[in-house]
Design a protein around this ligand. Sequence first.
Ligand code: AMP
Ligand code: MG
Length: 344
Amino acid sequence: MRAKEELFCLGIEATADDFSVGVVSSGGEVLANVIDAYLSPDGGIHPREAARHHAEVASSVLAQALELSGLRARDIDVIAFSQGPGMGPCLRTGATVARALASFLRKPLVGVNHCVAHVEIGRLTCHLDDPLTLYVSGGNTLVTAYEAGRYRVFGETLDIPIGNCLDAFAREAGLRPRPGKPLGAIVEELAREGRELVPLPYVVKGMDLSFSGLLTAATRLLRSGRYRLEDLCFSLQEVAFSMLAEVTERALAHTEKGELLLTGGVAANKRLRSMLAEVAREHGAKFAVVPKEFALDNGAMIAWTGLLAYRAGVETPLGESYVRPRWRIDEVPIPWRERDRTES
Ligand code: AMP
Ligand code: MG
């Protein structure tokens, strides 16, 4: 028998290519985390096609997650969903499923910020208290840490996200993703065979990053036919990851956080991991990488963050449950960390 005061939250993630449903308990136990990824033939994401995929798989992913959790639908106390940021058609599909479930089951609804969820599931699964986080994915590139009631942005991309940069370059090179082998992982494999560092633009402006000039330059060199693809992949990674490491290092020095957390799909990259481990080591900070299942877009992180928010008094009435494709992490109040605020 589970303790009566224990709460269960079901979370729905649908910001981009993945549709996922997770179930977690208020004790921090992940009871289910089912992810169904939409794989387009060329590795790009067409929002309406991804949304159609989500609508098609929603009921079976939901059923699988409930089955795995060992709970009945009426045992769920809270329904959470990714309200933004992300692609409009994808977000709307997830939000519709969440609203229908919450109304049908007469349970409270909580809209969760996807970026906040990446940080919170990282804190939970890596046993961290107050990390500086580098979140790198297909849709986001962000250096963030908690300060005075919010997750503040210490650095971010000014144009395209790092994952998008790697993927676009790979597509330009004629590479195609395979199940379990995203384009970024194929670039990483090729980069390991790189021998020559080809000069590419390194663009850090203040604490922000720009990857679009880097992508254009790398693509131009690729088309010139004068360089080995392996050398270009290697150089692209070295330059892009050094930019990320520089901004992360400065944020770590400024905030003096004792923990550094790496998350998002690009966190799977071993070269990026080793560069950031070095940054953490030099600053005496503990370094952690979120386990892959929870670093990718996943429903468990939405469920966990929904629970934290719900316990702190946050609810999203149906009338305010519209999606927020451009919802920034630093716009979100974080009442469940108020204690940290008064202590710091
Ligand atoms: P997400 O947006 O969090 O679902 O992550 C997807 C992004 O992670 C895509 O841009 C992938 O190409 C990228 N990715 C996945 N594995 C790797 C890897 N080993 N190295 C670099 N990027 C990767
Ligand atoms: Mg994804």
